[in-house]
Design a protein around this ligand. Structure first.
Ligand code: PLP
Length: 400
């Protein structure tokens, strides 16, 4: 039976497939077929999950901690999240304001479905993470894409947002450090955005899943930390990126109590609690010594510096130095409208396809992030993989 023959719900018809998940499965298929693929496209940290988290999971299984838990997560984990938010972000929450979910993605989904009514407009600065618009559309909201400029570090400002605000505007989705641009907002920039959101009575969904990947001297700041903001912000975070735990599927939302309770209600009828075993692992990761992550952080910084330099050396590719996360947002507009190895390149989708087929390099086209002339490259892979990926790209693109 083809898709055309099945009458599907209007909800599911509203959403497009995830391009990042699609790339993941294409790469896995090519590797199963024995092809060498240089994986420069995916948001998957290559460091292992910390031992203490693995041991806690093994212990949980041995202790038969394998039943349902509280829908919003075990109390010890919610308390640990509160302690961490207080210590790292100067944010004060109680455990009943925390909802633990199956990854940051579900936490975002809960938040968007809870805050967004049919027809509500949601401001999404470009470039954005691929799931934001799809989740907004699923919830019946209208994504309103707001361009940003490379000269402003791909960051949004009250001035750029203002023309897009009307009486239907309800939420700003702020993601910093940003996937894909790596933009990190300074305290001053956040203060201005906070004032703007208060003036316009907007909620903020603050996606902070890369908060531990900041390479500037200024420490990460959450917009929720500014006076008057905690009551209009849902903070989203996860252990996925910070502790190399993407497959464990633990993320969380911190929100005003009424919003947290509504998100809990939604989760109680969808997935219930996230895995009991993974919760124990996440707890161990969050309460353990955080300075263990320092060498990893330094390695990411060294990779970033190498990678940016190498990408900038390639013909037709331009990028800024990302201040956070582990991606490089590459302007490839030079190639759009040109031929590469006899293939016409119309957009970064064509360029990404050429790089994969002709050079065995997997990169994400920018289309799903809001720009069909950009590529998103990731440096969450080993130095040797970065080097071989760059060499393979150089072989077909050439040097400047
Ligand atoms: C900006 C952003 N938010 C949320 C997520 C989802 O994270 P998780 O794997 O915890 O669901 C990702 C994952 O790539 C992301 O890049």
């Amino acid at each position: 039976m083809s898709n055309h023959e099945v009458r599907m719900s209007e909800w599911v018809d509203r959403v497009l497939p995830s391009p990042t998940a699609a790339l993941e499965s294409t790469v896995a298929k090519l590797q199963r077929e024995g092809q060498t693929v240089h994986r420069l496209g995916l948001g998957q940290p290559d460091f292992p999950t910390p031992d203490r988290a693995k041991q806690a999971a093994i212990q949980a299984i041995e202790d038969n901690f394998t039943g349902y838990t509280d829908t919003g997560g075990i109390l010890s984990l919610r308390q640990a999240v509160c302690d961490s938010l207080r210590k790292e972000m100067n944010l004060s929450y109680e455990p009943d304001q925390i909802v633990v979910s199956a990854g940051g993605k579900q936490a975002l989904f809960n938040a968007i479905c809870t805050l967004c009514r049919e027809g509500d407009e949601v401001l999404i600065p470009i470039p954005y993470w691929v799931s934001f618009p799809e989740q907004v559309k699923f919830a019946g909201g209208k994504p309103i894409f707001v361009p940003t400029l490379p000269e402003q570090g791909y960051k949004t400002t009250p001035e750029t947002l203002a023309p897009y605000v009307n009486e239907s505007t309800r939420i700003l989705i702020l993601n910093h450090p940003n996937n894909p641009s790596g933009a990190v907002y300074s305290t001053r920039e956040l203060l201005e955005l906070a004032a703007f959101c208060q003036r316009n009575n907007l909620w903020v969904i603050s996606d902070e899943v890369y908060s531990t990947f900041v390479f500037t001297p200024e420490k990460f700041t959450s917009i929720a930390a500014f006076p008057g903001m905690k009551e209009r912000t849902v903070v989203i975070n996860a252990v996925s990126k910070s502790y190399s735990m993407t497959g464990w599927r633990i993320g969380y939302a911190a929100a005003p109590q009424a919003v947290a309770q509504a998100m809990l209600r939604l989760q109680s009828h969808t997935t219930s609690n996230p895995s009991s075993i993974a919760q124990k692992a996440a707890l161990a990761a969050i309460v353990g010594p955080q300075n263990e992550m320092e060498p990893i952080h330094n390695e990411y910084l060294a990779r970033r510096d190498y990678f940016v330099e190498a990408v900038r050396g390639l013909q037709g590719l331009e990028c800024l130095v990302p201040d956070g996360a582990f991606y490089v947002w590459v302007d490839a507009s030079y190639w759009c409208g040109r031929k590469l190895l006899g293939r016409m390149i119309h957009s970064s989708d064509d360029l990404a396809a050429a790089l994969l087929q002709e050079a065995g390099v997997a990169v994400m086209p920018g289309t799903g992030f809001g720009s069909p002339t950009h590529l998103r490259l990731s440096f969450a892979v080993s130095r040797s993989e970065l080097e071989s990926g760059i060499a393979a790209m150089e072989a077909i693109l050439g040097l400047k």
